[in-house]
Ligand binder design. Structure first.
Ligand SMILES: Cc1ncc(COP(=O)(O)O)c(C=O)c1O
Length: 445
């Protein structure tokens, strides 16, 4: 028997019959019916309520349907909605200045796209055209988008079925060690990784490499903040060979980590920054590539060989301006930094209480808990795998009002940045019950 009303089930069936779902076989999809969303919460058509513990795709940073943004969207619809990319508009002028002001001082040129993949796609074009070099470095623990080129930058298994793709991408290991017994300190881990990376650069020919793309804090592939000293060391190594550093801040940007951009934690200035999600809090699609003046100025007298019908879409630029107002007025970046401490405290309590918790990580409100099958630390699910207990945990959380993402043997903790202490603690209380009822039961040893 369906767990939904007949009307809701018909709606779900129509969605499944007539649309494909990302990264899924249709028969296996069990879409969450959502009728409306407000602040931290999603509401189902049959009266259910879930806290959005993943900000949808780690993207609704200001929370859902913020009244000030909704009002601004209605006003924007009364004004200029769309103008062709060759036009000059007030919203394009104001948004580009506003975003440039959030970035390092010598980063004043932006190219607006529709989302994150297109931002990275255009960043590839920009670094290749500027440097005249063909190859790109990227890392295995990464996701950079689902277009043909960005799938090749992507290290994770979503790439496999899309191969072969654009040539010229050289993927390398991450600073997160593959063998945890190797290094005891961040300094050792960084030294090991950068020594290896320099060797790869030598083998590939430094003069053939335009740029290295990194997620400044790796998102879907495990919420992995870089070890202390990595970003500075990487910056210096790439500088030595004239290789540009592209920080993909599509997920980590706009406050998620407790700073406006995650590279600020490492005290570095990238050459190119890509962004999307938080730029409009997903109220409407918009992304951007930002570049340092030296690169931006290159395109003063060289054609930029790229374009989009929806480049600097006027309505989207207006929405982004309203979202950035809310972020600033409500100090959401500061709130993410303050709530980081509460999240860490609750994650530690989970680890103390539950044998299935192996470890946890969070930076700002960007968090994950890794689960284990035994006290020796065997992951609850292998790389690219799953375990029935993960499905059971997901069902428990959904039935008890928590929406989040399971990722292999881990679960995500990425609420909107407007969350308060009480809501964080209440949600962890539900999660704790869920672990006791599901994953703890499978732990052996
Ligand atoms: C780090 C990162 N880069 C790029 C993308 C692709 O963005 P989009 O889905 O908007 O194309 C994502 C999406 O999750 C992402 O997390």
């Amino acid at each position: 028997m369906s767990k939904h009303s007949a009307e809701t089930q018909a709606m779900i069936d129509a969605c499944k019959r007539h649309t494909l779902y990302s990264w899924s076989a249709r028969d296996k999809v069990d879409p969450l019916p959502i009728a409306r969303a407000e602040g931290l919460y999603l509401y189902g058509p049959d009266g259910q309520r879930w806290i959005d513990w993943n900000s949808q795709l780690m993207s609704v940073n200001i929370g859902h349907s913020h009244p000030k943004v909704v009002r601004a969207m209605k006003e924007a619809a009364d004004g200029l909605i769309y103008a062709f990319p060759g036009s000059a508009t007030d919203a394009r002028a104001r948004l580009s200045q506003r975003v440039a002001a959030l970035l390092p001082a010598d980063m004043n040129t932006l190219f607006f796209t529709l989302g994150g993949a297109e931002a990275n796609e255009n960043a590839i074009k920009i670094v290749r055209q500027y440097s005249g070099r063909p190859k790109i470095l990227s890392r295995y623990r990464s996701y950079h988008g689902a277009t043909n080129a960005t799938m090749q930058l992507t290290g994770d298994p979503r790439r496999w079925a899309n191969e072969p793709g654009m040539p010229g991408v050289v993927r390398v290991m991450d600073p997160t060690p593959y063998d945890y017994s190797f290094g005891k300190t961040d300094a050792e881990i960084v030294k090991n990784n950068l020594t290896y990376l320099e060797e790869i650069i030598q083998y590939e020919g430094p003069q053939t490499i335009a740029a290295m793309f990194i997620e400044t804090v790796t998102g879907t592939n495990g919420i992995l903040p870089p070890p202390e000293g990595y970003l500075k060391g990487l910056r210096a190594l790439l500088d030595k060979y004239g290789i540009l550093l592209v920080c993909d801040e599509v997920m980590a940007g706009f406050g998620r980590t407790g700073k406006t951009f995650a590279f600020e934690h490492g005290d570095i200035v990238p050459d190119v920054v890509t962004m999307a999600k938080g730029l409009t809090s997903s109220y409407i699609p918009l992304g951007a590539v930002a570049m340092r003046d030296e690169i931006g100025n290159y395109f003063n007298d060289h054609v930029f060989w790229g374009g989009l019908t929806y480049n600097a879409h006027n309505f989207a630029c207006n929405v982004a301006l309203a979202v950035l107002d809310v972020m600033e007025d409500e100090d959401l970046v500061g709130n993410a930094a303050r709530m980081s401490v509460v999240m860490k405290d609750e994650m530690q309590k989970l680890k103390d209480r539950h044998p299935s918790v192996q470890t946890y990580r969070n930076i700002g409100l960007f968090g994950i808990v890794d689960l284990q099958q035994d006290r020796a630390g065997t992951p609850m699910a292998p790389y690219n795998g799953t375990h029935p207990a993960m499905g059971a945990l997901n069902s428990f959380l959904r039935e008890n009002g928590v929406f989040t993402f399971m990722h292999w043997g881990s679960f995500m903790c990425n609420p909107p940045l407007c969350i308060g202490e009480a809501e964080i603690r209440d949600t962890f209380a539900i999660i704790s019950k869920g672990l006791a009822a599901t994953t703890d039961k499978v732990v052996t040893g």
